[in-house]
Design a protein around this ligand. Structure first.
Ligand SMILES: [Zn+2]
Length: 135
């Protein structure tokens, strides 16, 4: 598909954002919150994400270690994006995995993206040694 800019909104349009990315797969995560909301995720780094409406306009849900940030539209209740859990410096030092610091985007909020044509990567966050919100 190649690198392109995607427009994103929640259901009611109160929350608007853009990402610039080559969306070549979709992540399905089995952590508790992704499982319950049926999330189709795509991850982007901070530099790929542009918020067009204020973050303070959304409701924030924090759970688990309190470092993951789940943002919900106050009007329609859709979760257009979230901050995955942040690892501690100690965990980063002990981990051989790449430490991700960007955003997990709700791929279903991207206008014109046909998620049914993309390869699915199943992510088993619930089985990681870290707490289960590292989706
Ligand atoms: Zn909304």
């Amino acid at each position: 598909m190649g690198q392109q800019t995607w427009e994103g909104t929640c259901h009611c349009g109160r929350t608007r954002f853009q990402i610039t990315a080559d969306i070549d797969h979709i992540r399905i995560c089995d952590c508790t919150i992704c499982y319950q909301r049926g999330a189709l995720n795509f991850r982007v780094e901070d530099a790929q994400f542009t918020l067009l409406t204020p973050l303070s306009d959304l409701s924030l849900y924090e759970w688990g270690t309190g470092t993951a940030k789940d943002y919900f539209c106050k009007t329609c209740g859709i979760l257009p994006f979230r901050r995955p859990r942040r690892v501690t410096a100690q965990e980063a030092a002990n981990s051989s995995r790449n430490i991700f610091t960007g955003w997990a985007i709700n791929a279903r909020c991207l206008k014109g993206l046909d998620t049914s044509t993309l390869p699915i990567h199943h992510v088993h966050a619930s089985k990681l040694p870290l707490p289960d919100d590292q989706q």
